[in-house]
Design a protein around this ligand. Structure first.
Ligand code: TPP
Ligand code: MG
Length: 632
């Protein structure tokens, strides 16, 4: 007798097994077809006759985002996009080192409030940018780095200069993408541009393999070899390669929106602003510390400046906020920050971060009420509850918050004695600087005296770029930027070598302004070759090299602590002559022309106005001005 209990499951099992197997197979086939782009190819066209190339799509997006300059060091991988940029009127500026290209893009980003763009070739071209990309990340600068790459099919197959570039840049960039089809260039770049400027700004990386940048007929020649293996295998390979080619180019030239996507910028809530208004309205000795983030768009610098003036709270300016109030503004306190912070009852950290610059928060008094505002939550709370505690921590755009705060305070004023007390301390400190500047030094020129004269000579339309150790740190005390966004330093990464790139970006953005670069002689070594770039591109900037024949900021500590000057010594090299060899103008300042410092500076200015890049080699001696300041 048949046992239904045994036969029934067997009858039901096979059909459902078959169903599941067929379903899985179908799903796998559909998935594979999707991956191979077969469905997309049903609906869209490959234009095999077109001579257009993906570089044109790159350039179109850049132009639609208002990009005016692209910095590069050329390589075959990226030639199409450079040529396309040139055709669309985007100025292509080629430097002598990829790191300079990215530093220049960083400067453009900071000065224009948009994205700075650099393009470099695959492999070593990209690895050469790493320091500048990291610097931009630490400085929260929106830079778009475009990198060439081996063709999509040859990646991981031993192609020239092919490395895993994505893994290299993922930790450095807030957005990384590798474009795999020509039609993806435009949306990927739009997303990258938006990511760079949204939230906490920072660098983004888009990898563009050669086959998405070159025209169809050239890629076809490389991708589908004339001779293929015979037989079934040959036919399969041939079909696969032809399909890859079709998928690369299908829909490539269909019109797509190229312009900017909306940005996502965090804003303080009205309740948070109100709580800060209440804290501040009860303050007797409020103090404002403005950091780089305060200068980010969307609020223009002039509007922020007006808000800070209306607020009427004495303030210290750091990073990109330096110069916000111009020269000698009564609210701008420059010296004795630690002492001022100890006395203040309310401290507003607007874009200032409790990292090493504020002694990790230890510089703040436990008695002060601290309000901190920052776009980035981690930065905002850095070292909090260890060395300091915020009364109010507000995640949002700094300048927008400042505007609302000032509105909420409705013209409240503070007793003038507090600001006057701080100004008096400033005057006393600056008197000691003057005394030190008048002291003789054992040999060459007193750097303080030179920098005082720089301060007196510097024109109102100038931009200052600083790159070096002690010489430029001294300048930070003595030389005042003339307006907002007119002081460019590397930021918290403390990178030597930013000078030429920053100067290049600054002068291109502001061709009518004078760009004065203050260099240590050590730091200048990184930038010297870029005087070739300045000459070729007719970019007249002026370098002032504080030449003390050494890496003094390091040797100043290394010698007394460790008893050796090893690796810290340089020579009084003729940097002015080296620059002349590159086609720039060179001037020398030494004891010989001690009484003519201002005249030499003015000669340099004149030569710049005549269109020449200039290097003034300034031989300087030792002072004790920076004794006690540490560099680790
Ligand atoms: C890329 C890089 N390398 C090394 C350092 C370490 N460092 C900081 S200051 C300094 C000395 C700078 O010498 P120079 O530019 O001549 O300025 P000086 O202190 O002599 O005025 C060095 C080597 C650094 N900050 N960045
Ligand atoms: Mg030096």
């Amino acid at each position: 007798m048949e046992n239904p209990a045994v036969t029934a499951p067997a009858e039901g099992f096979f059909p459902s097994f078959l169903l599941v197997t067929c379903g899985t197979l179908l799903a796998a086939l559909l998935g594979a077809a999707h991956r191979l782009g077969l469905f997309y190819q049903l609906m869209h066209k490959v234009d095999e006759t077109s001579v257009r190339h993906g570089g044109e799509n790159v350039a179109a997006v850049l132009r639609a985002h208002g990009v005016r300059f692209i910095f590069t060091l050329v390589g075959g991988h990226i030639s199409p996009l450079l040529v396309a940029c040139e055709k669309l009127g985007i100025r292509v500026v080629d430097t002598r080192h990829e790191v300079t290209a990215v530093f220049a893009a960083d400067a453009v980003a900071r000065l224009t409030g948009t994205v700075g763009v650099a393009a470099v070739t695959a492999g070593p071209g990209l690895t050469n940018t790493v320091t500048a990309v990291k610097n931009a990340q630490v400085a929260q600068s929106p830079v778009l780095l475009l990198g060439g790459a081996a063709s999509t099919l040859l990646q991981k197959r031993g192609a020239l200069q092919a490395i895993d570039q994505m893994s290299l840049f993922r930790p450095l960039c807030k957005f990384c993408a590798s474009v795999r089809r020509v039609r993806d260039i435009i949306p990927t770049l739009r997303a990258a541009m938006a990511a760079a400027q949204s939230g906490t700004p920072g660098p983004v990386f888009v990898e563009l393999p050669v086959d998405v940048l070159y025209p169809y007929y050239m890629v076809q020649k490389e991708m589908v070899p004339a001779k293929l293996p015979k037989g079934l295998m040959g036919r399969v390979i041939s079909w696969y390669l032809k399909n890859c080619l079709a998928n690369l180019f299908v829909g490539a030239w269909e019109p797509q929106p190229e312009g900017p996507l909306p940005l996502d910028i965090p804003q303080a809530s009205p309740q948070q602003v109100q709580r800060c208004v209440e804290i501040l309205s009860r303050a007797k000795k409020p103090l404002l510390l403005l950091g780089s983030q305060a200068l980010l768009p969307p609020v223009p610098a002039d509007k922020l400046r007006a808000a800070v003036e209306t607020l009427g709270v004495p303030c210290f300016l750091g990073g990109m906020a330096r110069g916000l109030l111009g020269r000698n503004h009564p609210l701008h306190i420059r010296q004795n920050r630690g002492a001022a912070l100890k006395k203040a009852d309310v401290v507003l950290l607007a874009g200032a971060v409790c990292d090493f610059r504020l002694s990790y928060g230890r510089i703040l008094s436990h008695k002060s009420k601290i309000i901190i505002i920052n776009r980035n939550r981690d930065d905002m709370l850095l070292n909090s509850d260890i060395f300091w505690k915020p009364q109010e921590a507000v995640q949002g755009d700094v300048a927008s918050f400042m505007l609302k705060l000032v509105e909420g305070l409705q013209g409240q004023m503070w007793a003038p004695e507090w600001a006057e007390e701080l100004r008096e301390a400033d005057r006393q400190k600056e008197q000691t600087f003057r005394e030190k500047a008048a002291m003789p030094v054992a040999q060459h020129l007193n750097p303080l005296r030179v920098l005082q004269l720089v301060e007196e000579t510097l024109p109102d339309n100038s931009f200052l770029v600083v790159d070096g150790g002690d010489f430029v740190a001294t300048a930070a005390y003595l030389v005042q930027p003339r307006g907002p966004l007119r002081w460019l330093d590397p930021g918290a990464f403390g990178t030597l070598g930013v000078g030429a790139g920053f100067a290049l970006g600054a002068k291109l953005c502001q061709p009518d302004a004078e760009v004065w670069c203050l260099f240590g002689d050590g730091a200048f070594g990184y930038s010297l070759i870029e005087f070739d770039t300045f000459v070729r591109h007719k970019i007249p900037v002026m370098a002032l090299v504080g030449n003390d024949a050494g890496w003094t900021q390091i040797s100043r500590e290394q010698v007394p602590r460790l008893g050796s000057n090893v690796a810290c010594g340089l020579a009084y090299t003729d940097y002015h002559k080296a620059a002349m060899g590159l086609g720039a103008q060179g001037l020398l300042l030494s004891r010989e022309n001690e009484d003519h410092v201002v005249k030499v500076l003015r000669d340099g200015q004149q030569q710049c106005r005549d269109g020449h890049p200039v290097v003034i080699n300034i031989l300087i001696g030792r002072t004790d001005f920076r004794d006690g300041s540490i560099s680790v």
